[in-house]
Design a protein around this ligand. Structure first.
Ligand code: NDP
Ligand code: MG
Length: 392
C-alpha cells in the first residue's frame, strides 16, 4: 500500500534525504504535502517534481514569492504560511504519515496536531520530544498512532529491540564525539563556528551540527530515548564511538548486547521508519568491515562538554525544565552561528536559563510553550546584553 507523506522541513538535510528515499521507493511512498521555512526556490523545485497537494512556508514573504512563481507556471495548489500553515501541511486529509524534519521546537505544535488528526509520525525532530515528551507520547497512545524514530541511534535501538522485551534492556547510545572530541578546555574557548560546522562523519543542518560539537545533541537524544522507549534515565548510557559505524546498542539482563551497524547514511533510518515492519532492498553503499582498521570506544567527558550533563539534568527533572533547556540552547546555538557568542558561552547560557527558570512539575502544552518563550527571551537578553533577566 502506498504511504502518502507530509514532509515538514522538506528543504533541509533530512527532508531532502527523505525525498531520495521516496524516489527509490518504487511507488510505495508519495509526497502529499511539503513545508519549509524561507527557501521558496527549493520548495518550487519540489513542487515541479512531486506535485504535492499543498505547500507551507513559515515565512510569509517566502510564501508570497512561491505563490507568484506557481501562478506564473500555471500550477494551482494552496500555499499556506505561518505555524498554521505547518499544521495544515501535517494534518492534510490525504496524508497518512508525517516526517517531522524541521529544526527546533517549532515542530511541537504541528506534530501534536498531526497526532490528534490520527497521522503516524516518522520523527526526526527530536526537540519535540525533548520539550514535551510526556504529552506527545500520551497523545500518541490515546490515538493509537505510531511514532517511529528517524534519528540513527534511536532507529538502531528500535531495530535491536525487535522481538525483545524492552523492560529487560539497557540502552547504549553511541556518539561520534564531534569535531572537538580531542580538544582541551582552553582550545574549546577559541573554536569558531566554521570549525564546528566541519563534522567528521555526518553532513547535517547547521543547528544539529553545532549540537553535535557541544554534545548537546547526545543529551537531547538521551531524553528522546527516554520517551521513545519508555526507559529510565539510569538505563541509558552514552558511549563515544568516533567511527559512527555502530549506531547504538542494547544490553539485555542476560548480559547479551545487540548492536546495529551501518555506514553513516541517514537514508537507512529514514527508510526504515517508513518501511517498517518491512525492509526494502536498496543499492546504497554497503558496510565493508575489512576496510575498518578499528572501532574504538570511550566514555564522554562531561567536564569539557557540559551540555550533555545539563541536558540529562533537565531530562531527569522533567516538567518544564527540558523545554527551557532546549529553547535556551536553540537561541545560544544560533547566536554562536551568527558569531555573537563563543562556543563555551553556549552551556553557560543554557545553565543560567535553567537556574533562573521557575520550574513546574506537570505542565500542559500551553505552559510548555510559555516556558519555551520565557527561555528564548532570557537567552536572547544574555546574548545581546550579557545579563540575566529573571523577571522577563
Ligand atoms: P536543516 O537545517 O538541514 O533543515 C531544517 C528544515 O526545517 C529546512 O527545511 C528548513 O526550511 C525548515 N525550517 C527551519 N526553521 C523552520 C521554521 N521555523 N518553520 C518551518 N520550517 C523551518 O536541519 P536537519 O535536516 O539537519 O535537521 C532537521 C531535524 O532532524 C532536527 O530536529 C535534527 O535534530 C533532526 N535530525 C537530523 C539529522 C541529520 O542528519 N541532519 C539526524 C538526526 C536528527 P528552510 O530550508 O526554508 O530554512
Ligand atoms: Mg542522532
Amino acid at each position: 500500500m502506498t504511504k502518502r507523506l507530509a514532509i515538514l522541513g522538506s528543504t533541509g538535510s533530512i527532508g531532502r534525504q527523505t525525498l531520495d528515499v521516496v524516489d527509490q521507493s518504487e511507488g510505495r511512498l508519495e509526497v502529499g504535502t511539503v513545508a519549509a521555512g524561507t527557501n521558496w526556490q527549493g520548495v518550487l523545485e519540489q513542487v515541479r517534481r512531486y506535485r504535492p497537494r499543498l505547500v507551507a512556508m513559515m515565512d510569509s514573504v517566502a510564501a508570497e514569492k512561491l505563490a507568484d512563481a506557481l501562478q506564473k507556471e500555471d500550477i494551482h495548489i494552496p500555499v499556506c504560511t505561518g505555524e498554521d500553515g505547518l499544521v495544515k501541511a501535517a494534518c492534510h486529509p490525504e496524508v497518512d504519515t508525517v516526517v517531522t524534519a524541521v529544526s527546533g521546537a517549532i515542530g511541537l505544535g504541528p506534530t501534536m496536531q498531526a497526532i490528534e488528526a490520527g497521522k503516524h509520525i516518522a520523527l526526526a525532530n527530536k526537540e519535540t520530544l525533548v520539550a514535551a515528551g510526556a504529552l506527545v507520547m500520551a497523545a500518541a497512545r490515546n490515538k493509537g498512532i505510531s511514532i517511529l524514530p528517524v534519528d540513527s541511534e534511536h532507529s538502531a535501538i528500535f531495530q535491536c529491540l525487535q522481538g525483545q522485551d524492552r523492560r529487560h534492556a539497557r540502552l547504549i547510545l553511541t556518539a561520534s564525539g564531534g569535531p572537538f572530541r580531542d580538544k582541551s578546555v582552553e582550545e574549546l574557548y577559541h573554536v569558531t563556528a566554521d570549525d564546528a560546522l566541519r563534522h567528521p562523519n555526518w553532513r547535517m543542518g547547521p543547528k544539529i551540527t553545532i549540537d553535535s560539537a557541544t554534545l548537546m545533541n547526545k543529551g537531547l537524544e538521551v531524553i528522546e530515548a527516554r520517551w521513545l522507549f519508555d526507559t529510565d534515565f539510569d538505563d541509558i548510557e552514552v558511549l563515544v564511538h568516533p567511527q559512527s559505524i555502530i549506531h547504538s546498542m542494547v544490553e539485555f539482563t542476560d548480559s547479551s548486547v545487540i548492536a546495529q551497524l551501518g555506514l553513516p547514511d541517514m537514508r537507512l533510518p529514514i527508510q526504515y521508519a517508513l518501511s517498517y515492519p518491512d525492509r526494502w532492498t536498496t543499492n546504497w553503499p554497503r558496510l565493508n568491515l575489512t576496510k575498518m582498521s578499528s572501532l574504538t570506544f570511550q566514555a564522554p567527558d562531561l567536564q569539557r562538554f557540559p551540555c550533555l550533563k545539563l541536558a540529562i539534568r533537565a531530562g531527569r527533572a522533567g516538567g518544564t525544565l527540558p523545554a527551557v533547556m532546549n529553547a535556551a540552547n536553540e537561541i545560544a546555538v544560533h547566536a554562536f552561528l551568527d558569531r555573537k557568542i563563543g562556543f563555551m558561552d553556549i552551556p553557560k547560557i543554557v545553565e543560567d536559563a535553567m537556574e533562573a527558570h521557575e520550574w513546574m512539575r506537570e505542565p500542559d502544552l500551553l505552559t510548555i510553550r510559555r516556558a519555551d518563550e520565557w527561555a528564548r527571551t532570557f537567552a536572547e537578553m544574555r546574548v545581546n546584553h550579557g545579563r540575566e533577566v529573571s523577571d522577563c
